[in-house]
Design a protein around this ligand. Structure first.
Ligand SMILES: Nc1ncnc2c1ncn2[C@@H]1O[C@H](COP(=O)(O)OP(=O)(O)O)[C@@H](O)[C@H]1O
Ligand SMILES: [Mg+2]
Length: 357
């Protein structure tokens, strides 16, 4: 790697710029930017139509809508949609998360506090404990749970009626949900990464809310570096706004957006410093691979988890890196992205190089 090392705080800050997860401070900013109604939601046309229909039908029947599962990568709008479901049904949203429910009793307490028609949002629902999960199946289907009092042979089950409610579950890992839980959702919405045109609209909308003046080219530049993710688009917009205010008279034009994002080391394809370091090491030091994940992590000076969970998924999605049984491999797109020429014919016996594990 050729660039100078940055100190840790700066590094953490830069890393966060393209992290699709929100941290504590960011949640407050995000709340201001969240669409409040279904018709303010940009993109995800299919999900919006389907959900609109489910909610409209429920309103006409004057019943709580079916349980809804929202699945997809971080930052694409799951929490936003959960809040919109409650708003569209004019009911309160009760909010909890899988990791917060460690015992079935935690869930029983939440369920017994629900009112008729409430929307219960369980974020990261795949991280709920098994006993709580089993209690949830029953509650979803029969609006009833058995609360176990006492232990051992003397334990008794006390049935508890629950008013009809709508469960909205969100997960980044739908595959980890047990079948019986998945089957009890009447509607599953899978959120996809956004097209640049939709991200462009989101950047415009957020700029309006934040009072940032920007040109169409400036907005498009931010959108195209946002990894298909609204949360990242909003974050890049805030950094570009800082730059525009301090160094460029306030207006976000194309050159201002480019200069700001270059300064924060987010390149034209949305790769950040870590992503580029991974590609750089893979191509320049290891001739394009295959290289084992831990070797790669050591070579870029990062934890293996960080490389595997933060950098690789995006690089794989960009078609720049492949995970093979023998290790990580750079694709021709990776070489081209680094401005290097693609090495000619792979070594003999490497014809299975691009097979997925
Ligand atoms: N379809 C959308 N239109 C406009 N803004 C969106 C959309 N989806 C997400 N956002 C914005 O992105 C941010 C992250 O969305 P969030 O719902 O918290 O994502 P998730 O829960 O999937 O991680 C929010 O601040 C929200 O304003
Ligand atoms: Mg969320």
């Amino acid at each position: 790697m050729t660039d100078a090392r940055l100190d840790d705080a700066e590094e953490a800050h830069l890393r966060r710029l393209t992290d699709a997860e929100a941290d504590g401070d960011e949640r407050a900013v995000e709340a201001a930017l969240r669409p409040k109604r279904l018709d303010e939601v940009v993109g995800q046309a299919r999900v919006r139509d389907q959900l609109g229909l489910v909610l409209e039908a429920a309103r006409r029947r004057e019943r709580a809508p079916d349980h809804v599962l929202l699945s997809g990568p971080p930052g694409l709008g799951k929490t936003t949609l959960a809040m919109i479901i409650a708003a569209e049904m004019s009911t309160p949203l009760r909010l909890t998360s899988g990791p917060a429910i460690t015992h079935a009793g935690d869930l029983a307490a939440i369920l017994s506090g629900l009112n008729d028609g409430d929307v219960l949002f369980v974020d990261e629902i795949h991280r709920m404990s098994r006993p709580a999960e089993e209690m949830l199946y029953m509650a979803m289907e029969d609006f009833r749970v058995d609360v176990i009092i006492g232990k051992g042979p003397g334990a008794t089950a006390i049935p508890l009626e629950i008013p009809p409610f709508t469960l909205v579950g969100a997960t980044t890992r739908a595959g980890l949900l047990p079948g019986p839980l998945r089957d009890r959702f009447g509607f599953t919405a899978h959120l996809e990464f956004y097209e640049p045109a939709d991200l462009d609209l989101i950047v415009h909308r957020s700029a309006g809310l934040l009072g940032v003046e920007l040109t169409p080219e400036g907005s498009a530049e931010i959108a195209s570096r946002s990894r298909g993710t609204p949360r990242i688009a909003n974050r890049l917009l805030r950094r570009v706004r800082d730059y525009a205010q301090v160094r460029a008279g306030g207006v976000v034009t194309l050159p201002v957006a480019q200069a700001a994002l270059d300064m924060f080391e987010v390149d034209e394809s949305g790769l950040d410093r870590l992503d580029r370091a991974v590609l750089d090491v893979l191509c320049r030091r290891f001739g394009g691979g295959p290289v084992g994940a831990s070797t790669l992590a050591v070579a870029v000076g990062e934890e293996r988890e960080t490389v595997e969970e933060v950098a690789e998924p995006f690089l794989v999605r960009q078609g720049m890196l492949a995970r093979t049984p023998r290790g990580r491999v750079a694709t021709p797109a990776a070489w081209l992205h680094l401005g290097l020429s693609v090495p000619s014919a792979p070594a003999a016996g490497d014809s299975t190089l691009f097979d997925e594990a």
